[in-house]
Design a protein around this ligand. Structure first.
Ligand code: DGL
Length: 273
């Protein structure tokens, strides 16, 4: 078991978004080794068909298991969680954690007026994954959901403030503002990087909820329950891989995540899934 516990946690996203979850995992589980794959060469996932996203997710998750010996997988992407979580949980030989259920739990805890909102990619919102997850957590909540196409592209370009993204946010979030909610789940791991803009549009009475912390806590609980926690004391190693522009991933990723992202390497796609 000692050997297994020293293996890394594998995480992935279409690009930079999962770094919000990686940040929380590093803070909650500092002794764990981490391998993160950002599929920036094929982002965005949000507008793609679910079948295609599922194949990308399977390819990356198997690469984390086969090539990096991951002891657990965190699907740090709502779109991939919505499209592929059930398949991954069934076929992978290691435990899999999604961002969807932890996000739904955090949202249910954040509301006072019992009216909540979820925003995400077209793929996530149209999959109904959050509608199902929230109904499981608390079927009495009133719920409004809207897709925000374009948000992810702004984040990937490093454009997280300014008039253009503000205008888009005002237009996309109008139905959510009109629904008079008091808690909004950022159901895409890229969206916390747009918190300032989203918060300005939603106003001070709406709490923004990110699934990052809750997912890190769920991961810690699962590792503890399965006796997979790395021995505490040492600081874990962190490896960042990208299928796109590696220099940009390292430079912009470091600004988003912090100094733990000291370098990035190219993710070599494996052929053995
Ligand atoms: N960060 C991914 C998510 O949580 C999204 C993005 C994409 O469209 O590539 O859904």
């Amino acid at each position: 078991m000692a050997d297994t516990s020293r293996r890394p946690i594998g995480m992935f996203d279409s690009g930079f978004g999962g770094l919000t979850v990686a940040r929380a995992v590093i803070d909650v589980l500092p002794s764990e080794d981490l391998v993160y794959i950002g599929d920036t060469g094929r982002y965005p996932y949000g507008p793609r068909q679910a079948d295609e996203v599922r194949e990308f997710a399977r390819e990356i998750a198997w690469s984390l298991v086969n090539d990096h010996n991951a002891k657990a997988i965190v699907v740090a992407c709502n779109t991939a969680s919505a499209a592929a979580f059930d398949d991954l949980a069934r076929e992978l030989p290691v435990p899999v954690v999604s961002v969807v259920e932890p996000g739904a739990r955090a949202l249910a805890l954040a509301t006072q007026v019992r009216r909540v909102g979820v925003i995400g990619t077209v793929g996530t919102i149209s999959s109904g994954a959050y509608q199902r997850a929230l109904a499981d957590v608390d079927a009495s909540l009133e719920f409004v959901a809207t897709a925000c196409p374009g948000f992810v592209e702004f984040v990937e370009r490093g454009q997280t403030t300014g008039d253009e993204v503000m205008l888009l946010a005002e237009r996309l979030l109008a139905p959510i503002v009109a629904a008079d909610i008091d808690a909004l789940l950022l159901g895409c791991t890229h969206y916390p990087y747009l918190s300032r803009v989203i918060s300005e549009v939603m106003g001070p009475k709406v709490v923004l909820v990110s699934s990052a912390d809750e997912t890190a806590f769920a991961l810690a609980d699962m590792l503890r329950a399965q006796d997979l926690l790395a021995p505490s004391g040492d600081t874990g190693t962190r490896t960042f891989l990208s299928s796109g522009d590696v220099e940009w991933f390292a430079d912009f990723g470091r600004r988003l995540l912090g100094p733990e992202l000291s370098s990035a390497s190219r993710w070599e796609r494996s052929s053995n899934d």
